[in-house]
Each structure stands twice: as C-alpha cells, then as structure tokens.
Design a protein around this ligand. Structure first.
Ligand code: OGA
Length: 238
C-alpha cells in the first residue's frame, strides 16, 4: 500500500495503525513501498549519488573488529553520516522528517519510550560482490531499538544484482528476504530478534539507515559505560 504523495500526517497515522504497528508486534519487522513518491524519492537518490561521486562515502570502522579480520570481509559498504542540515541534503532531510513521524507515531501506540535517533547513515555497496555478514545491530542493549532503512535502487533485478537483505527472525524456522527497491522503507527491531545479512551485491546499491533509541535503555547503557570508565580510571591510578 503506497503512501500518498505528499504524505500527510493523517496518512502517516493511518499507515502506522494499519500496517506498521501490527507487523512490528506480530513479526518484528515491516516494510512500506512508495514512501516518498518518485519526485522526492528521486531527489534523495540524486543527493546520495552526488555524495558517492564526490568521494564523501568512506569505509567506516567495525564496532568489534577481531584481530586480523579485514573490514571488507565483514562489510563491503562505504558510508557517510549526515544530520540532514548539510548543504545538498534537503531531500534526505525531508525523508528523515517522514521517518521521524512514522516512528514517533508507532512508538506512541506501542508505548515505547523512543525519544531520538542517530544521524542518518548513507551507505553504498559498490557492487563486485560487496555485502555484510550476518549480524545483530544491537546485541548488547546499547539503546538502539528500531532500525529504519530506506532503499534507493531503481530497476533492481535481484537475480542479476543480488543484494537481498535477509532477516533470520529469532527462533523461527524461516527467513525473510527483502529486495532493496527504490522508495521502500524497512523497519525492524534492532535487538537479537532480527539477525540479518546483506547478500553479495553485483551492482551499486544505495540505502539510508537511521537507528531510533529507547531512552531508558540508552540511559542505562550510558550509565554502564560511565561506571566502566570510572573503574578503569581508578584501577589505572592504583
Ligand atoms: C547495516 C545493514 C542492511 C541493508 O548497515 O547494518 O545491515 O539492507 N544494512 O543495507
């Protein structure tokens, strides 16, 4: 069910009530097509392409890199973090406004204390078999609660281009494959319920991801982190 263009707050409330909340509650993930429409979605794609062509996307750091493991063997994407207020990012900002409204509306209905999000991660898998091995975004309660990925790939042909996002729902005997299609928004719980992988991509594959925080889990994670660094400091001064 595509969202109308331009998407109004009433449309958002309706889609959240009819699609997002039931799917997140029942299966832990949900995707929507036609989120921004051709014009605004096309403008987002253009801005991402410009970032890519200007060299703004870089190989980022691994969170927990094992010694001797090359980043590209784990994840082959190139990324940049944007808040939306940068020059040349106004369409990306419009996307973030829509996702914020969807998520805040879902959080109210689900009674989750979601208060803020990360910057947006603009990602490009440059083809040549680049992917991202199976992982959980938030395995250790770092506060990230909901992962939202907006895909930007026109004329994507999975047989030829690969690049599926495969979710392995925890404890279920099946997997769910999501094609990274233009103007599609995927939402899923960021914790251990949704291990996922990006299968090797053989064409340039663009996506924008934002992570929404549960304010209580985030506060607890920050408290743990402060305690750890206090105890490390006191140990090192002994
Ligand atoms: C990630 C990730 C999935 C995708 O960046 O952590 O799993 O479909 N991305 O791009």
């Amino acid at each position: 069910m595509p969202l109308a263009e331009p998407v109004s707050d009433v449309d958002i409330e309706r889609i959240v009530a009819q699609r997002v909340v039931p799917a997140l509650s029942a299966q832990g993930f949900c995707w929507l097509d036609g989120v921004l429409g051709d014009v605004t979605g096309g403008a987002v794609l253009e801005q991402v392409r410009r970032m890519h062509l200007s060299g703004a996307l870089k190989g980022g750091q691994l969170m927990r890199a094992a010694p001797g493991v090359k980043r590209s063997a784990v994840r082959g994407d190139r990324i940049a973090w944007v808040c939306g207020a940068e020059r040349g990012c106004d369409a990306i900002n419009a996307l973030l406004v829509v996702i914020d409204k969807l998520v805040m509306s879902a959080a109210r209905t689900l009674d989750r204390p979601i208060s803020h999000r990360s910057k947006a991660m603009v990602a490009c898998y440059p083809g040549g078999g680049a992917g991202y091995v199976k992982h959980v975004d938030n395995p250790n309660s770092d506060g990230r609660c909901l992962t939202c990925i907006y895909y930007l790939n026109k004329d994507w042909n999975t047989k030829e281009h690969g690049g599926l996002l495969r979710i392995f729902p925890e404890g279920k005997p099946y997997v769910c494959d999501i094609e990274p299609l233009f103007d599609r928004l995927l939402l899923f719980w960021s914790d251990r319920r949704n291990p996922h992988e990006v299968q090797p991509s053989y064409a340039t594959r663009y996506a924008i991801t934002a992570w929404y925080f549960d304010s209580e889990e985030r506060a607890e994670a920050k408290r743990r982190c402060r305690e750890r660094s206090d105890s490390e400091n006191s140990n090192s001064s002994e």
